[in-house]
Design a protein. Structure first.
Length: 116
């Protein structure tokens, strides 16, 4: 199983980035796909999630600015990030989660740095 995240980088406040996470080795369409982030010195937190039924959930801090989407044909989940703020800085990880049978996988992370 591999979750390959990409798209991070350095951007000025107010800018945008699009993260991608390509999955292999899993039945992608059966998984809830999520993006988490971890800022320096802080715990990892959920940013956004999308279920196999395309139901989405967002952290309050990113609602209205970030959009999660998935393309089951490409086994890929995306995170479109607009109006970025310095507090969005961190390593962003994608996650694949399935309840039955229980399976949980993490990608390697991609760094997002937002300068003020």
């Amino acid at each position: 199983v591999q979750l390959q995240a990409s798209g991070g980088g350095l951007v000025q406040a107010g800018g945008s980035l699009r993260l991608s996470c390509a999955a292999s080795g899993i039945i992608f369409r059966s998984y809830t796909m999520s993006w988490y982030r971890q800022a320096p010195g802080k715990q990892r937190e959920l940013v956004a999630a999308i279920t196999s039924g395309y139901v989405t959930n967002y952290a309050d801090s990113v609602k209205g600015r970030f959009t999660i989407s998935r393309d089951n044909a490409k086994n890929t989940v995306y995170l479109q990030m607009l109006s970025l703020k310095p507090e969005d800085t961190g390593v962003y990880y994608c996650n694949a989660d399935r309840d039955f049978p229980k399976s949980l996988y993490w990608g390697q992370g991609t760094l997002v740095t937002v300068s003020s």
